[in-house]
Ligand binder design. Structure first.
Ligand code: OGA
Ligand code: MN
Length: 299
């Protein structure tokens, strides 16, 4: 065994979500022998924090690919020109043009839940961070599901919800002139999709809520009023402090999260004149599994 796999430590950050991993330099061997322990911790804790990393775009891609093949975001203009697997989250402007997506994720969401195969994992590496604010919050949708009554769980297990990227534009981005609307070509790539409202994690077997305020439009088979009331109840329930880890960024941080079991939210409380600049990669995911599929019962 290499010294790295002996030295690696995993420390939980809250009672429900998140762990900090120490003793690994991801640029040196992109996880190397330590990767099995890192992967186990990722499944167990849903969010992993690595401090003081220094990753070039290629090194970030190499680390990310340990978790699976990568995918590129529908918004191609925010990809790094020299490395399109890297998506730039940034408020920095060059010649008046933003260098990356401004206002990315400033609502609770699970990345690309509006795709037929939503993103499995996202990795975010901080390069520049404002002097205050700009934290990211993560919420455990497994803990949120487990805190519901068995009767409510049973009801939710059989439901299906509609996810749609244009929902975020209608409810959020349209308020901000610095975020251009989706083009017709982009819209054509992201038609509304249906997903189980509760999904089973293929690796842990844990169930998690799979609806989110950013992208979930409605619940199939309910009236509009029923759907709105149920989603609002679930959204209020799921963002309780007990289910949340709040990450205070420092340059060099790498955070990876499991979109199959979490939400996240970028807090927009920083001074927009101070740079906030991060690189993100996305690990491609699978079709969400319904509880009934897992137990072998007919849906
Ligand atoms: C993302 C995202 C959050 C942040 O990159 O998927 O939502 O804090 N970013 O920048
Ligand atoms: Mn996001």
């Amino acid at each position: 065994m290499s010294p790295q796999s002996n030295d690696i430590t995993v420390t939980r950050l809250t009672g429900s979500i998140g762990a900090e991993v120490r003793g690994v330099d991801l640029a040196r061997d992109d996880g190397g022998d330590a990767f099995a322990a890192i992967h186990r911790a990722f499944v167990d804790h849903s969010v992993l924090v690595f401090r003081e990393q220094s990753l070039t775009p290629d090194a970030l891609v190499a680390v990310s690919e340990r978790f699976g093949p990568l995918e590129q975001h529908v918004l191609k203009q925010f990809a790094l020109p020299e490395n399109p697997d890297v998506f730039v989250v940034s408020n920095v402007k060059e010649k008046g043009k933003p260098k990356g997506a401004v206002r990315a994720g400033q609502y609770w969401h699970s990345d690309c839940s509006y795709m037929a195969r939503p993103t499995l994992a996202s990795l975010l590496h901080a390069l520049e961070i404002p002097s205050y604010g700009g934290d990211t919050m993560f919420a455990s949708m497994a803990a949120a599901y487990e805190a519901l009554s068995a009767t409510m769980q049973g009801f939710l297990d059989g439901l299906t919800a509609v996810h749609d990227y244009t929902h975020a534009y209608e409810t959020f981005f349209s308020k901000f002139p610095d975020r251009p609307p989706l083009t017709e070509e982009e819209k054509a790539k992201v038609p509304p999709v249906e997903h189980p409202l509760v999904r089973v994690h293929p690796e842990s077997g844990r169930k998690a809520l799979f609806v989110n305020p950013g992208f979930t439009r409605s619940v199939v088979g309910l009236s509009e009023a029923e759907s709105r009331a149920l989603l609002d109840f679930l959204f209020d329930h799921a963002r309780q402090p007990d289910f949340i880890y709040r990450h205070r960024w420092a340059p060099g941080d790498l955070v990876i999260w499991d979109n199959r079991a979490t939400w996240h939210l970028a807090i927009a409380d920083y001074d927009m004149d101070e740079p906030r600049h991060l690189y993100r990669t996305s690990v491609a995911g699978d079709r969400p599994i319904r509880p009934a599929e897992r137990t072998g019962r007919a849906a």
